[in-house]
Design a protein around this ligand. Structure first.
Ligand SMILES: O=C(O)CCC(=O)C(=O)O
Length: 258
């Protein structure tokens, strides 16, 4: 069964920079995805000691070949925050990456039949521990590595019900239209990757409250972020980013056509 975007959804993506498709996966499917997720997290913990550890703005990172593990800030530095590229640790994730519920809308967005993988990440955001993500765009992270930063659409898979209390995904509606925006200049190491708040309108912020199994497709230039998880509930997400076929993946440089 095809899952291409309707004309209305295409227009919405063009104007707003995102679309939310609710309840795309059943609870049984999401349970399987959560198993893939937690298996990957366990593998990441088991190899974290083998990697090269470094700190940016007091945030702990570990690189193992081209895999990057990002940990929560103090006092939770033992807890993982992000694993990227996640499929390199668990090939089961490739089943999700190739699912037409993800790839057909991406084909519609790119107006292409064939696509490849750019990157994929697991964002953990554990109960009471998971920190937020400041307002940022993805494109400034990728502009120096990608052949074409304008063709890197994302899909965010909600693995848990998410609302304001556990730090649901938030976007600045329409902010993708200006391309790469300037970063902040606050003399921190990572400050340049957070978007200068004078360049977008915070009144256009939308909290994407969504249930587990929902998908959020979003433009690589949209300003987005999320609050910490202050609840007792998990808020796990898997974000997959695609590109036109035959292009090299971020970091590994290998090609993974879908
Ligand atoms: O998981 C989230 O809430 C935000 C993730 C994000 O902004 C990112 O990975 O670029």
């Amino acid at each position: 069964m095809p899952y291409f975007l309707s004309d209305h959804e295409k227009l919405q993506y063009k104007n707003d920079g995102y679309i939310l498709r609710e309840n795309q996966f059943s609870s049984t499917e999401i349970d399987i995805f959560r198993d893939f997720f937690e298996t990957t997290v366990s593998k990441a913990h088991s190899i974290a000691g083998e990697g090269k550890e470094y700190f940016l703005d007091a945030k702990r990172f570990v690189d193992i070949d081209y895999l990057t593990l990002q940990f929560e800030p103090e006092p939770h530095q033992e807890f993982l925050k992000v694993i990227e590229p996640a499929h390199s640790l668990n090939s089961d994730l490739e089943k999700i990456i190739a699912d037409r519920k993800l790839t057909d809308p991406i084909r519609s967005i790119l107006s292409l039949d064939e696509v490849s993988l750019w990157t994929d990440k697991l964002n953990l955001k554990r109960p009471k521990i998971g920190s937020g993500f400041g307002w940022h765009q993805d494109s400034p992270y990728w502009i120096h590595d990608s052949e074409d930063v304008d063709t890197l659409p994302n899909v965010y898979i909600c693995l848990d019900d998410a609302d304001e209390s556990n730090g649901c995904f938030s976007v600045i509606k329409g902010s993708h239209k200006k391309g790469c925006l300037p970063g902040t200049f606050d003399n921190t190491q990572l400050g340049g990757f957070f978007t200068d708040q004078d360049t977008f309108n915070i009144d256009n912020a939308v909290d994407l409250i969504a249930s587990a199994g929902s998908l959020i497709f979003f433009n690589q230039h949209i300003v987005h972020g999320s609050k910490p998880n202050q609840s007792n509930q998990e808020r796990r997400a898997y974000i997959v980013t695609y590109q036109p076929k035959n292009r090299a993946m971020l970091k590994s440089g290998k090609v993974k056509n879908i």
